[in-house]
Design a protein around this ligand. Sequence first.
Ligand code: ADP
Ligand code: MG
Length: 327
Amino acid sequence: MTEFDLIESIRTRCASTRTDVLLGIGDDAALLAVPPGQALAVSTDTLVAGVHFFSDAAPFDIGWKSLAVNLSDLAATGAVPAWATLALTLSSGDDAWVSAFADGFAALARQFDLALVGGDTTQGPLSITVTVHGFVPASLALRRDAAQVGDAVFVTGTLGDAAAGLGLLRGDLCAAPETDTPNAHRAALIERLHRPTPRVAQGLLLRARARACIDVSDGLVADLGHICKASGVGAEIDLIRLPTSPALRDFVGDEARAALQLGGGDDYELCFTVPEQQVPALIDALARSGGAVTRIGRIVAGAGVRVCDAGGNDVARGRAGWEHFAA
Ligand code: ADP
Ligand code: MG
């Protein structure tokens, strides 16, 4: 396949009808119309074969994930996704691989009416860089530096599943002996690793309700730690409150689960802080949207993230084993 054929294959699969794309793929630059009154939110993430995904992973999943991790950043900003560019470095012009990759990318793009407006295609070790663009009124954008002492800390969805999926693929995580349906759980956990769900709808509902927000890509303690550092505060998390999928609860024992949920990355859930008086309205709005959220702790004076057991005592990093994961 020539470079032109590759680009054409991607362009066809990712076709969109957005009217704010004045000029899309095929010219020297895309021309895009930002709606009046909106700030442009921009974010880039690179996935490198052998580092961020297994080189032999399904190309559809790689296409999906390369967009999902970027959309997750827009979600954490409270932005509406609009456009993306795609820089692809490929070791060979494999037609079937590129088609499946573009199908995975397009499947997620369609869900959010996102237009692929340009990119670059080069030869070299497999690597994918996506840049996404979205809209948010500047005053409503969610940031890392806005947490305040007394805020409640929440997280969407469940934690630890993707890290468990990674452990399964690497072969360093085994099912607990009493597990009833190991194969179904295995599949569910690996699916969370390969097809993360960017929490875009929840991010929009957090506008004007949450204070600080981040997406959990590196692990809960590390990412909440970024909010704490940027905001000049500390946080306490209650281990017992961490939301757990049925698959993870069944599949691994408590100690391993704590390590995965505190330190494992790749969940792409949103972690955010909310002023106490906003908590009921926020829970109500998110419940009506169908997306689960869980209160997991609070913002306190000080610095860093403290993890508490059921009795309110510190969970030592060593005991739960999660320092191996923490950045
Ligand atoms: P130039 O030499 O001007 O950079 P290219 O030949 O690299 O142009 O790209 C031609 C057109 O195809 C441009 O509009 C570019 O944005 C688009 N394009 C190239 N690679 C990709 C890709 N992987 N995905 C989407 N669009 C791409
Ligand atoms: Mg180019």
